[in-house]
Design a protein around this ligand. Structure first.
Ligand code: SAH
Length: 346
């Protein structure tokens, strides 16, 4: 819901300041409308339902994968597409992938969002409404609260417990709204330590994130150690060259004492050769960085590296003392890569 509009509306109606907090607490715990907010006067609930839309986003499409992954496409009030994904893992983790912008102004050549037209930055409320959508979904699919949960006033059902800003857009170009949303995520069940912001290497944003009081994780989309290749597949490398970006990440690590996760999407014949793994290991300090190799979700122009090539690449990194993991692929059957659902329905 538009939290600024909510606050204005409550103030105009002469309501006490705690009302906005009450409404948010209900929404954060997965209430599905104002009607459920039983400690609000009934008349006020009706007024709010008529004046403050319960969500800033309208669900336009949703795909459920066999592995439990759910990908949702929303439209903002002005008709912009926004995607978000819920991933459920065997260890019980429930991770959300959220968007920070509709479309993206950067033009990484392997990314489906990069090929779309840039729309605009999302508001903090539009970012939170993605998370609340899945909060409600998990509450209802997990069944009714037990009586002890009800007595304790604790959230009914399951909450999402991790958030990554790896959906559409470059979060560092909309950092005010992203951080405003992050401030409220603990109310939805997601602590700052379980929140990660992923960036192409937007240096002013990395430096600002290092200064916040929230212990949010930083992830860097690196994808090529060689500057010429990186500029080719990520044109933003011309603006913020990799060497400067790595220096900013090292400053972040010094300030926050948290490992920076490097994302490296594996593109067959492009960035997956032996000597490219060696070059990657040479530029990354294992005390600062951990590598996550990402199997490519094909979106047209590239082929993804096969499992063997990925495993060999990982072994080269580990032999050189870098921690490296291969990301589990989720939601393959529902086109869950960044930008794919919006691109398909455009
Ligand atoms: N702009 C930010 C966050 C959004 S993209 C960033 O670039 O980090 C999140 C991650 O998904 C990035 O690492 C991006 O390179 C990766 N990605 C984009 N398209 C992909 C695809 N088709 N398959 C796998 N990963 C992809």
């Amino acid at each position: 819901m538009d939290l600024a509009l909510l606050q204005r509306t409550l103030a105009d109606a002469g309501q006490p300041a705690f009302r906005a907090r009450q409404v948010w607490a209900w929404a954060a715990r997965g209430a599905d409308g104002y009607a459920a907010m039983t400690d609000l006067p009934a008349g006020l609930r009706d007024d709010l339902a008529a004046t403050v839309p319960f969500s800033t986003l309208a669900l336009a499409d949703e795909a459920h994968a066999k592995d439990g992954t759910v990908k949702s496409l929303f439209h903002t009030a002005d008709g912009r597409p926004v995607e978000a994904v819920l991933m459920r893992y065997r260890d019980g983790r429930r991770s959300l992938c959220l968007s920070s912008q509709s479309g993206c102004p950067l033009t990484c050549t392997f990314c489906a969002t990069g090929a779309m037209k840039f729309g605009r930055n999302l508001t903090a409320s539009e970012i939170l409404d993605q998370a609340l959508h899945f909060r409600r979904m998990l509450r209802t699919t997990a069944g009714r609260p037990t009586s002890s949960e009800r007595d304790a006033g604790s959230p009914a059902g399951d909450s999402p417990d991790h958030v990554v800003f790896m959906g559409m857009g470059e979060p560092m170009m909309n950092l005010d709204s992203v951080l405003e949303a992050c401030r409220r995520l603990p109310g939805v069940g997601i602590t700052h330590r379980r929140t990660a912001i992923s960036t192409v290497g937007w240096i002013p944003g990395i430096d600002r994130l290092a200064q916040t009081d929230m212990p949010i994780r930083l992830a860097l989309s690196l994808h090529a150690a060689d500057p010429a290749l990186r500029s080719e597949i990520m044109p933003v490398n011309e603006r913020y060259p990799l060497a400067d970006v790595l220096a900013a990440c090292t400053r972040f690590h010094a300030a926050k004492r948290r490992l920076v996760f490097v994302e490296y999407v594996m593109l067959a014949g492009v960035n997956d050769r032996y000597e490219q793994a060696v070059a990657l290991a040479e530029i990354l300090d294992p005390k600062v960085f951990k590598v996550n190799l990402i199997p490519y979700n094909p979106t047209g122009s590239f082929d993804g590296s096969g499992p063997e090539a990925i495993d060999t690449f990982r072994a080269v990194l580990e032999e050189r003392g870098l921690r490296a993991t291969v990301r589990l692929t989720r939601g393959r059957d529902i086109a869950a890569a960044c930008g794919q659902l919006a691109a398909a329905s455009a």
